[in-house]
Design a protein around this ligand. Structure first.
Ligand code: PBG
Length: 331
């Protein structure tokens, strides 16, 4: 029987790890990574987070230790989520967040860069990201923006390098920028949660921060977070944030939204960050626990996808392992 000859066209550049490494346009580096940190005022011992292997909600002291461990792994950029002991609906007390940042900066100074999440969802008794009207049927945009801009100045004053508003109110980036500038914090940057979708994949995070919406009125975040069905709104919101003064534009979740990362990257010269969120992370962990995939390789594969789609910055709960995994996993 005659055997046809089909010449190799693409397979020669897949022959071994050497040539695969040489020819891959995506080169990951742990230097692009940000590690999220949770700090809870109400606890004396760190607690685990359901589904988020390797991540704990810390006390201030244990968080200092976590940062130190990350520095040893080459990770020097962090995103802090402060969880206050008291839930309120107004007259919020931001002193724990400010104290925490101050302490962290006192210990580590310029050795690290730290952004602080700015949102009210871990502060409010109803779990929404801002202030609700009396009937709990609406989230009040302007009132919330006023509170968030004030909060941002307290964090900047405490030493935060960057403010990361995740509330999704309209106009908050401009308001925060103006207030920071007016108070002399021109050097403090803003990483806007520019395209933040209303997603099922924040579940483990809400557990960690006690921040799931539980109001009898407004039941979910769909009136302020983006619809997964509307990329136009995502791009318009992100480009609006850029105009208002955001220094970094974030897309979140990340792995399910690489189309948004790619399209945003085409329309902006600002750095784009992709936040591989808690539920996305936990999904990999759950599959790994079932023996259905290789944990390390799966995380690295997602990171490659994020960078390939245009992300300059990756926010991952496994940042501490990034250097080791990137080096060890052969491509
Ligand atoms: C607060 C906030 C959330 C996340 C970051 N900031 C949760 C939410 O909007 O409900 C999610 C992060 C994650 O899931 O890893 N608004």
């Amino acid at each position: 029987m005659e055997t046809n000859f089909y010449p190799l066209t693409q397979r020669r550049i897949r022959t071994d790890t050497h040539i695969r490494e040489l020819t891959a346009p995506v080169k990951l580096s742990h230097k692009s990574f940000i590690q999220p940190l949770f700090v809870d005022e109400a606890i004396n011992e760190p607690r685990d987070v359901n589904g988020l292997n390797g991540v704990q909600v810390g006390t201030v002291d244990s968080t200092l230790h976590t940062i130190e461990e990350h520095i040893k792994q080459g990770i020097t950029k962090f995103l802090l989520f402060p969880v206050p002991a008291q839930k309120k609906d107004k007259d919020f007390d931001f002193s724990f967040a400010a104290r925490t940042i101050q302490k962290i900066k006192e210990v580590f100074g310029d050795e690290i860069w730290i952004a602080t999440d700015v949102c009210l969802c871990s502060y409010t008794s109803h779990g929404h990201c801002g202030i609700l009207n009396e009937e709990h049927s609406q989230l009040l945009n302007s009132k919330t923006v006023d509170v968030l801009s004030h909060y941002s100045t307290l964090l900047a004053n405490a030493g935060a390098d960057c403010i990361a508003p995740s509330d999704m109110m309209d106009g908050r980036i401009g308001a925060i920028r103006n207030k920071l500038d007016a108070m002399g914090f021109e050097q403090v940057s803003i990483m806007s949660y520019a395209a933040k979708f209303s997603s099922q994949f924040y579940g483990p995070f809400r557990d960690a921060c006690h921040s799931a919406p539980n109001s009898k009125g407004l039941q979910n975040r769909k009136t302020y977070q983006l619809s997964p069905f509307n990329i136009n709104d995502a791009l318009a919101s992100a480009l609006r944030d850029e105009k208002e003064g955001a220094d970094i534009l974030m897309v979140k979740p990340a792995a399910l939204y690489t189309d948004v990362v790619a399209k945003l990257k085409q329309q902006t010269l600002k750095p784009v960050a992709a936040y591989h969120v808690s539920g996305e992370y936990a999904a990999i962990e759950a599959l790994a626990e079932k023996g259905l995939l290789n944990r390390e390789a799966a995380h690295v594969e997602v990171w490659a996808a994020l960078q390939r789609s245009g992300a300059d910055i990756i926010i991952s709960y496994a940042s501490g392992s990034a250097k080791q995994w990137i080096e060890n996993i052969s491509i």
